[in-house]
Design a protein. Structure first.
Length: 95
């Protein structure tokens, strides 16, 4: 099944804030890992986050983390943050 990938407005700002090479790496990772199997858990890439609420999943792309939810054939990307900022972001905006 092919999933539609949607970005929240804040996520567009997160993506644009990245350097061009990192932006391309993140976009490639999103396309490669989330387009067809966004819920396929793996040790290295995709993690299902514990607890209830948003976001449900995290994709690791280099030193960046992509947080997202999967709803009825759509992948809603809610944030793209650096590895160092991921824990703070989850504490403030996530679960």
């Amino acid at each position: 099944m092919r999933y539609e990938i949607l970005l929240a407005p804040e996520t567009l700002a997160d993506l644009r804030a990245l350097k061009a090479n990192l932006r391309a790496e993140v976009q490639d990772g999103i396309e490669r890992h989330l387009r067809h199997e966004p819920t396929a858990i793996s040790r290295a890439r995709i993690k299902h986050l514990e607890g209830e609420g948003s976001p449900e999943f995290r994709l690791r792309v280099g030193d960046n983390r992509v947080f997202y939810d999967v709803v009825e054939g759509q992948v809603w990307i809610v944030a793209i943050v650096t590895k160092d900022g991921a824990e703070d972001w989850l504490r403030k905006a996530g679960r």
